[in-house]
Design a protein around this ligand. Sequence first.
Ligand code: PLP
Length: 265
Amino acid sequence: MSSQPPVVLTIAGFDPSGGAGIIADIRTIAQFGCRAAAAMTSLTFQNAAGVFGATHETAKSLLAQIIPVIAEQNIVAVKIGMLPTAELVSEVARLVRENHLPAPVLDPVLKSSAGDELMEPEAIQSLVHQLLPLVRLITPNIPEAEVLTGAQISGEREMRSAAAKLREMGARSVLIKGGHLKQELGAGSQESGLAEAVDLLNDEGEVSVLEGEWIDAPPVRGTGCMMSSAIAALLAHGWDLVAAVTAAKEYVATEIQNSKFKSQG
Ligand code: PLP
C-alpha cells in the first residue's frame, strides 16, 4: 500500500479570516488524513460581520492554477465550493466532463453565513444545467435547496421531495442539510424538550435520514465547507457515501460543540 495520503482538490473561494472557504477546507481535509490541493475561484474580503467585496478569478486563471496540479498529482477526490460566475461554473464542468477531474462533492455556496450573495443568478442557472449532472454529491442546506428546486421546505417530507427533485434535475446523489430546520421532538416523548438536526441523504435513490442532536451554539461559519470537505476526504479513502456522510456529520457536530466551549471560555 502506498504511504502517500490521497490528494483532495478543493476548488473554492478564499476567506482571509479563515472562517470559511479554502482555509476551512484545507483544515478539514488534513484532519481526515488527506493532502489538500487548492484552486481559488474568488478572493473575498470578509470577516464574521459580512462580505465587503471580492475579486473573482476567470476561467483562464482558474485553469492556470489547476493544470500544473493535475499534471503532477493524482487527484483522488474533488470538493467544490464558491463558484461566483457562470464562466467559472462552465470551466469546472468542462474539466469534470473531459475527465480531467473526478466527479466532485459540490457545496452550492449561494450566500455567506451573514447573508451576502456569493453567486450571480446566471451562475446558479449554469450550475443546475451544466454541473449538477456531473457531481458525485450535492450538499445544499435548506435555503439553497429551496432556491435550486423552487420549492419551500418546512419538514422532512419536503426534504425528501427536494432531494428527489434534484436527482430528477440530474444529480446522482443529494444531501440536504437540515441545520436551518430545527425539528422539535414530539411533546410527550421520552426525549421531549430535545431538538434534532436532521439531514437527508438520497444516494442514487436510496434515502437515509441522518439524525443528530441539535446543538444550541452561536452560528458557526464554514460548516458547509467542513461537511463537504470531510465527505470528499473520506471518499478519497474509499469509504462508501453513506458512511462518509455519517462520519462527516459527526465531525461537524463536534466542531460546533467545540466552538461553543471556545465562545464560553
Ligand atoms: N466559501 C466562501 C469563500 C465563503 O465566504 C463562504 C461564506 O461566507 C462559504 C464558502 C460558505 O460558508 P458556509 O460553510 O458557512 O456555508
